[in-house]
Design a protein around this ligand. Structure first.
Ligand code: IPM
Ligand code: MG
Length: 362
């Protein structure tokens, strides 16, 4: 049966990087028997411009009908003064919540050839392979009450609420343990139980769920220490599970270990495995339209989509192998280019996309 994928390019470099990923999908369709229908929709600032809302009903409908979604990025300076509810980021949070994409997988894998591009010493990061499992539809991002209020003395006060129910912690814990079972069977739960009651409950529930996975070695770490350990000795980690905001922060840090934030894909899954796939980087409006952005995180997001939502591990592996080939051939976008490394060549967004397409045809 033909599977349906909704493509939401979004804003900034979103359009350029998604265009390269679509080239890859089209080769898979033409040459590798992938049976897939692509539909396009708007999200973020682009949707606000077209429909007056960052996640309009038309996109909601398409999203519900799709088997999987490929997203570029959202955000742009021109939207900074809009009311909070209409800003591009709200579109992204809206679709995550609407589809209950609670389990966000962010793999940080360092390709050997890119060890020089990491800001850490090559020996600290060589062979790095971490999976961050971030809770995506709860926590302080969605907690109520929230807002900015005026106190009796006329001073303004901003407030947000960090809340997690047992059921929310349980389901993300199960996700993380299941992933750990397919990897090195080590899971580190990251929290702040020394200060926050909600993270005390988090640790307790993860511990309880862990009883169902006796083969997985479970540890707990406070988030400040986890941030330090990630830049000190990142290879100690296999799978990390954490809440929404901690996961947002730690995944950016982990991305840099791999050389560039332009290399990290992600999957956001609901309980049935339906998912949205996006690079973890933002819309980078400063380099928009300049053929500078790295599309590889979007292309490897396609491979995660094939694996997690479309049940096609074989093609997922093919895409990953093509990306590795391109890196081995020396193609580098500016973010992963290190001057003076023999055999490398600085190229633009579309050239590196073409190279992946060529590698898939070989
Ligand atoms: C991410 C992004 C988003 C987030 C923003 C754009 C709302 O930083 O996906 O990590 O904070 O979740
Ligand atoms: Mg982020």
């Amino acid at each position: 049966m033909t599977q349906k994928v909704l493509v939401l390019p979004g804003d900034g470099i979103g359009k350029e990087i998604v265009a390269e990923a679509v080239k890859v999908i089209n080769v898979l369709k033409a040459d590798h028997g992938l049976d897939l229908d692509l539909t396009y929709g708007d999200i973020g600032g682009a949707a606000y411009d077209a429909d007056g809302h960052p996640y309009p009903p038309s996109t909601q409908k398409l999203a519900k009908e799709a088997d999987a979604i490929l997203l570029g990025a959202v955000g742009g300076y021109q939207y900074d003064d809009l009311p909070r509810d209409l800003r591009p980021e709200r579109g992204l949070l809206g679709i995550r919540a609407d589809l209950e994409l609670f389990s966000n997988l962010r793999p940080a894998i360092l390709m050997e050839e890119l060890a020089d591009a990491s800001s850490l010493k090559a020996e600290v990061v060589a062979g790095l392979d971490i999976m961050i499992v971030r809770e995506l539809t709860g926590g302080i991002y969605f907690g109520e009450p929230r807002g900015i209020r005026t106190l009796d003395n006329g001073e303004k006060q901003g407030y947000n609420t960090l809340v997690y129910k047992e059921s929310e912690i349980e389901r993300i814990a199960h996700s993380a343990f299941k992933i750990a079972m397919k990897r090195d069977k080590r899971l580190c739960s990251v929290g702040k139980a020394n200060v926050l009651e909600v993270m005390e409950l988090w640790a307790e529930v993860v511990e309880r769920v862990g009883k169902e996975y006796p083969e997985v070695e479970l540890s707990h770490m406070y988030v400040d220490n986890a941030a330090m350990q990630l830049v000190k000795a990142p290879k100690q980690f296999d799978v990390m599970v954490t809440g929404n905001m901690f996961g947002d922060i730690l995944s950016d840090a982990a991305a840099m270990l791999t050389g560039s934030i332009g290399m990290l894909p992600s999957a956001s899954l609901d309980k049935n495995g339906k998912g949205m796939y996006e690079p973890i980087h933002g819309s980078a409006p400063d380099i928009e339209g300049k053929n500078l952005a790295n599309p590889l995180a979007t292309i490897t997001s396609v491979s995660m989509m094939l694996k997690y939502s479309l049940g096609n591990t074989e093609l997922a592996d093919k895409v990953d192998a093509a990306v590795t080939t391109v890196i081995q051939q020396g193609f580098r976008t500016a973010d992963i280019y290190v001057d003076g490394v023999a055999g490398t060549k600085l190229v633009g967004t579309s050239e590196i996309g073409d190279a992946v397409v060529a590698a898939l045809k070989d």
